[in-house]
Design a binder for this molecule. Structure first.
Ligand SMILES: O=C(O)CCC(=O)C(=O)O
Ligand SMILES: [Fe+2]
Length: 333
């Protein structure tokens, strides 16, 4: 297809050059555990009796402590908006590769479109996926003939932001922190969005779809299609996140782990490459302004205090030098 990035050409040569490239699951520590499932939380209870609201808030906080990941239903983002997002996302990735890889694709800043991992320093860092990474304020620059893509994303942002705000407020409250922290530092205009596509991969046991990583946000909200492939690390096992079209996946990001002094967990996750059917997902990253200070709410702090800008700069530096993000451990005291 003219819209597929040149994975096969690039990766075949690289894989041939690395004959003994091992399987992505060649370590005992990376067995896939099928029986465990992340919590599924019904947010409808936030609107019911005081008792039910309290119970629901406890579940959210406990899931963030124990898992760093959970799914929510009755979240207030309509099925209609989610379906429109998936439709528009499919459409935009169907643009020919030559156009997608142009510097100013969609009039977005350069590097908004990514395929594979151009920073890979070894075969284990290949990624069989393409993505469109957007800073919400940049949506306003999107060119005219992509009006429906832009308005759909704007509709999604309008409904997903209050959900993220509700969740971070609950998580803050459960730690007994009186916070207008999020109101001061975050808004939809400080957030990011990523549309992901995982094209068919002929050697899914050798190449990963999305490398293991933790998100650099406070909180991430993901919607995946019905294919599956997202997995998170728990006690040394990879746990699959079962697709649920009604649910949104919520995961804690690095910034909340730092702010909560390690109480809430930013958990490593990855995506297995799609073998038979292409896969799509979208992620909304609830993040602060670049100059926001992230500092532990408790003492003694586990991490140095840093600004979001400093955090992002460190990631960029590590990715350029080593092919991958190092993350919060860089800021350990
Ligand atoms: O594709 C997915 O399900 C998750 C993608 C992801 O982790 C990300 O975009 O940060
Ligand atoms: Fe992620």
């Amino acid at each position: 297809m003219d819209y597929d990035p040149p994975f096969l050409e690039t990766y075949n040569t690289l894989l041939q050059g690395a004959n003994n490239i091992s399987d992505i699951n060649d370590h005992k520590s990376s067995m896939v555990q099928k029986c465990d499932e992340i919590p599924l939380i019904d947010l409808k209870r936030l609107k019911l009796s005081h008792l039910e609201r309290e119970e629901c808030m406890k579940e959210i906080s406990e899931a963030a402590r124990k898992w760093g990941f959970f799914q929510v239903v009755n979240h207030g983002v309509s099925q209609e908006v989610l379906e429109r997002m998936h439709f528009q996302q499919k459409e935009v990735f169907r643009t020919s590769f030559v156009i997608k890889s142009q510097e100013n694709f969609l009039n977005l800043p350069s590097r908004s479109y990514r395929w594979g991992n151009s920073f890979a320093t070894n075969p284990k860092q290949f990624m069989w996926s393409e993505a469109l990474h957007m800073f919400v304020p940049d949506l306003a620059k999107m060119i005219h003939h992509h009006k429906s893509l832009r308005s759909t994303i704007e509709d999604f942002v309008t409904v997903v932001t209050p959900l993220a705000e509700k969740l971070v407020e609950i998580l803050a409250q459960e730690l007994n922190i009186k916070f207008n922290y999020f109101q001061k530092n975050c808004s939809s205009n400080t957030c990011y969005l990523r549309l992901n596509r995982y094209p068919l991969c002929p050697f899914p046991s050798k190449v990963i779809g999305f490398l293991p990583h933790a998100d650099s946000s406070f909180l991430t909200i993901v919607h995946q299609d019905h294919i599956g492939g997202l997995q998170l690390m728990k006690h040394g096992n990879w746990i699959p996140v079962k697709p649920n079209s009604q649910a949104l996946i919520v995961n804690i990001g690095d910034l909340f782990q730092a702010l909560s002094n390690g109480v809430y967990k930013s958990v490593e996750h990855r995506v297995i490459a799609a073998e038979k059917v292409e896969r799509f997902s979208m992620a909304y990253f609830y993040s602060p302004s670049i100059d926001a200070v992230i500092e532990s709410y408790a003492t003694p702090p586990l991490y140095k205090k840093f600004t979001f800008g400093e955090y992002k700069d460190q990631i960029m530096k590590d990715v350029k030098e080593g092919g991958d993000k190092v993350g919060l451990s860089r800021f350990l005291l």
